[in-house]
Ligand binder design. Structure first.
Ligand code: BGC
Length: 924
């Protein structure tokens, strides 16, 4: 007997063909097989130092031999210790349920990076141009260029470029840009660590003369960050250092076997030229007349360039291989319209709000100056709105050299959040081809899709995806346009589960969780944004934000079966829980105004909610309970059973203390609102505080803070509150995500659908109706015919927090919920809408393979199409009023050996199925 059970999508540390410095990298694969109920009963991994060895099954690095079990991911390499630069080729095969081995997978590989600091021969080199950046409001020095020529002795077998910078870099070899990555090496706490990239440049170098070139810019290291300028912070730029630095080495192995390293040092020549200004927030200025033609090619005369200066390394700063997904071009957008405006301006509409850049195509005279301004939306009078950028100048400037055929320019070291570009300086009316949008995003692989037969909801989903794309930008940012773009922890934790359904965020969060833990404060709280340069002196921590330190690792564990994040950050997480316990003075509840030390007192709370505010201390207490329960689950996952019991007990104490302090006799939430005074310091604080709010019940239910009877009552009160509010939601950043799940899980699916489908303020549909193509920071960021509110304060049109409804779309509308970590098991329990939606289709590529689920309602008939990946088990809840009407592929299911019937309860027939595609139908 043979089996067609075949491993595919082999990945190392979540990536295809990465360079990693994880000494025991984790391997994963997915499985395919025809038929149903297929599982892996054993696997074997072979790792070899060459593809030839591997092809003949000579695993000189590691032969796992046959390992019994169904594990297909998070398998740690267990072979010989790996040295820097080793290329590891690997393959895997799996045994099926009958014990037959399947075919070997295709060959995959990974490469070891530089494991020791001593592998680095390169120095940090720089060119201090700070004196040239003395503007009035903005001090923007030019970007330094570096070059080095080298003579390679013979033909090259292998060449690698290891490169990083403090600041941002672009590297070139023999006139060609290396790699597809932007904003490298990424944002970290540069005092603690900096990442490097590795490029295989074997085909970019040749025997004889070669030239290496690099341009670097301030970036996050030395440029403007966040709202520092806006709030009058004493420091507005240079948060990590004043002078951007480069470190690069080209390692060459000749066919003769001889090796050579060309490393950055003082002999690298440096100059400054066309990039006159380059700043992430404020834009780039390029004077093409100052270009150095062919500067990164051999033979360029650099006699007027000077030697680089060497800067000392910080011994405590780690230099590591980039673990995330670099920022890359996602797509290009053609301009949709160009409209002439008074004063020689032209307005380009790119048709979509996004994060990125434009490519300018222009013909003109030498010295002509083109100015580009960026905006997300237009005023009702058709003019571009830029007030919401606050102090981010977000202006790019190009000075022409006057080339006859025209000239093309794309900035390198800035980005903007925009849909519209206002351009001035054209000599003649430009065509659409003058401006092309370049969409940039961290290249997190696409993982899911969601579609219904309702246009409004499809548009909402599209907007969510665009907003995630715009804000997963090396770190999970709040927004891409204004002077902020920080890794806000509250936004990140509220949205992370939603994000998992759209893209594979495993590598992206592997990186950011390091940033977050690097930023853990001396008192063990997690900061309000990470990385955490203090862009406002008083920025510290906040309940609901800080818990990202627990919620994000937990979500990565649950979604990808990743226990390494738990082990790695366990001491940090424990320390935070200790802080929370101490802060509760051993009472396990935060009474009103417990957080005197932060501003506003109690933290941000249910940020941007509508109407009365939920007391931040009530929310803080629930968050404490929520993360304690996660700690209990994570402790168990890494075998710390005592600690698991300990956190379980704490969770119980918190639940009890919450009831005692914050509920009345009937179980309703209450608060002493006098403790918050006149609400000064809170957004909308003057509307007063109340415990009996949508946000309070939604969170309590979602976080399992209540005993069953009270939970049901809470669900009913939640519905009452929505009704009393004219059937509208009133939730902010912390209340939105749990709102629909809380309704659904207490049997109020119809109310959840009604809120989802509403188009009245405040609702998701209201945004769509008012023209949104991304998710807005405020429910009323813009109203057709009425305009904007709050622009100069906070009015971002690309803010994902309210997009956290995505979680409900997948978990409830499509019905897909993770069971055992990594979707080894999962449930599918679709909630069929009474009206407005007749069809829902979702796909999700889990770490265990592709899951598909879709339902369709035709009169009283329901069809349910489901695909379950090999080696996983799905518990499916088939909606029906009569279990006898349930068929699969038009046949009765009773005698179907692939379907295990579990029972009929509350309008669902529950069945358990293994891998394969199933076509259920039922009557409802
Ligand atoms: C940011 C948010 C953030 C909030 C916290 C805002 O300015 O844009 O998304 O969570 O501040 O107060």
């Amino acid at each position: 007997m043979t089996t067609d059970l075949k491993p595919l999508n082999l990945r190392t540390e979540y990536k295809i063909t990465p360079v990693t410095d994880v000494v025991k990298p984790r391997l994963s694969w997915e499985l395919t097989a025809t038929g149903r109920g297929q599982v892996q009963t054993a696997y074997q991994l072979l790792v070899a130092s060459s593809s030839e060895l591997l092809a003949s099954d000579k695993a000189d690095l590691w032969n796992s031999n046959k390992v019994i079990g169904n594990t297909t991911n998070q398998v740690e390499y267990g072979g010989k210790p790996l040295a820097s630069r080793t290329v590891c080729f690997w393959k895997v095969r799996s045994w099926d349920k009958t014990g037959q081995p399947g075919p070997w997978s295709a060959t995959a590989k990974w490469e070891m990076g530089l494991l020791n600091k001593a592998d680095w021969k390169a120095e940090w080199i720089g060119n201090d141009l700070t004196a040239l950046g003395k503007g009035k409001t903005y001090q923007l020095p030019p970007a330094p260029f570096f070059r080095k020529e080298t003579q390679l002795k013979g033909s090259v077998k292998r060449a690698r470029l290891y490169v990083t910078s403090l600041g941002l870099y672009e590297f070139q070899l023999n006139g060609k840009r290396i790699g597809k990555d932007y904003f490298t090496p990424g944002w970290t706490d540069y005092n603690k660590r900096v990442y490097y990239q590795t490029y295989d440049v074997t085909s970019d170098v040749k025997a004889g003369k070669n030239a290496l070139g690099a341009v670097i810019a301030d970036g996050w290291y030395a440029g403007y960050l966040g709202y520092a300028l806006l709030v009058g912070n004493p420091v507005v730029r240079n948060f990590y250092g004043n002078v951007p630095l480069l470190k690069a080495q080209l390692e060459v192995e000749y066919t003769s076997g001889e090796k050579e390293t060309i490393a950055s040092d003082q002999t690298w020549k440096t100059n400054h030229g066309p990039i006159v200004e380059a700043d992430l927030l404020n834009g780039e200025t390029y004077n093409a007349n100052l270009e150095f033609d062919n500067w990164s090619k051999a033979g360029y005369d650099d006699s007027k360039w000077k030697n680089s200066a060497i800067y000392p390394d910080k011994p405590e700063r780690k230099i590591e291989a980039y673990p995330g997904n670099t920022i890359q071009v996602f797509q290009e957008l053609k301009a949709k319209t160009v409209t002439p405006k008074a004063g020689g301006r032209y307005l380009f509409d790119l048709g979509q709000n996004f994060a990125g850049l434009v490519r300018l195509n222009v013909k003109g005279n030498k010295g002509d100056t083109i100015t580009l301004k960026f905006g997300e939306v237009l005023f009702p009078n058709g003019e571009i709105m830029t007030e919401n950028l606050r102090k981010a100048r977000a202006t790019d400037t190009y000075i022409l050299k006057g080339k006859k055929e025209g000239e093309t320019w794309t900035p390198k070291f800035t980005y903007h959040g925009f849909q519209y570009v206002e351009v001035s300086g054209f000599r003649t009316a430009p065509g659409l081809e003058a401006i092309t949008g370049i969409v940039l995003s961290s290249a997190t692989p696409s993982a899911g899709s969601f579609e219904t037969d309702n246009k409004l909801i499809n548009k909402l989903y599209e907007n969510i995806v665009w907003t995630q794309r715009s804000n997963y930008f090396d770190v999970p940012t709040d927004c891409p346009q204004r002077d902020e773009r920080l890794g806000w922890t509250g936004d990140a934790q509220a949205y992370i589960q939603s994000a998992t359904f759209n893209n594979d965020i495993s590598a992206f969060f592997t990186k950011w969780l390091v940033d977050l833990n690097d930023a853990q404060r001396a008192d063990h709280t997690y900061p309000i944004y990470a990385p955490a340069p203090n862009v406002r002196k008083t920025d510290t921590y906040s309940p609901g934000w800080s818990e990202a330190g627990i919620i994000c690792p937990y979500t990565i564990y649950k979604t990808y079966g990743d226990t390494k994040v738990i082990r790695e950050f366990w001491p940090n997480m424990v320390a935070y829980l200790k802080f929370m316990e101490a802060k509760s003075k051993g009472e396990y509840v935060y009474k009103e105004a417990s957080f005197e030390d932060i501003s506003p007192k109690g933290g941000f709370g249910d940020w941007l909610s509508v109407g009365k505010k939920t007391p931040p201390d009530l929310l803080a207490t629930m968050y404490y309970g929520y993360v304690a329960s996660m700690m209990a689950e994570m402790a168990k996952a890494i075998g710390k059973l005592d600690e698991s019991a300990y956190y379980d007990a704490i969770f119980t104490k918190i639940k009890q203390a919450l009831l005692t302090h914050y509920t009345d006799k009937t179980g309703k939430f209450k608060t002493n609102s006098a403790a918050y005074g006149d609400g000064n310091g809170y957004v909308d604080g003057e509307m007063g505080f109340d415990g009996h709010t949508q946000t309070a019940y939604a969170n309590a239910i979602y976080m399992h803070m209540l005993m069953p009877e009270l939970n049901q009552k809470a669900g009913n009160w939640l519905v009452d509150l929505i009704k009393a509010n004219n059937n509208k939601l009133s939730t902010g950043f912390l209340g939105v995500k749990p709102l629909l799940p809380a309704l659904s899980s207490t049997g109020h699916s119809n109310e959840a659908y009604k809120l989802l489908l509403s188009t009245e303020y405040p609702s998701w549909g209201f945004e769509v109706k008012n023209g949104a193509n991304t998710i807005w920071e405020r429910w009323n960021s813009y109203i057709k015919g009425k305009g904007f509110e709050n622009n100069a304060g906070m009015n971002s049109f690309n803010h994902y927090a309210f997009g956290s409804v995505n979680e409900w779309l997948f978990d409830y509308a499509a019905g897909l919920k993770v069971g055992e970590a990594g979707y080894r098991t999962f449930t599918i329990k679709p909630e069929i809408a009474k009206e407005g939606i007749n069809e829902v289709k979702a796909t999700y590529r889990s770490i265990n393979g592709m899951i598909e689920t879709g339902w369709k309602k035709t009169g009283s008939a329901i069809s349910l199409t489901i695909t379950v990946p090999v080696n996983t088990i799905a518990t499916v809840f088939i909606p029906t009023t009569n279990p006898a009407t349930v068929l699969e592929a038009k046949k009765a299911i009773k005698t179907n050996p692939a379907i295990n019937i579990k029972g009929f309860k509350e309008g669902y027939l529950q069945v358990e199925i293994g891998s394969g595609t199933y076509q259920f139908t039922s009557q409802n």
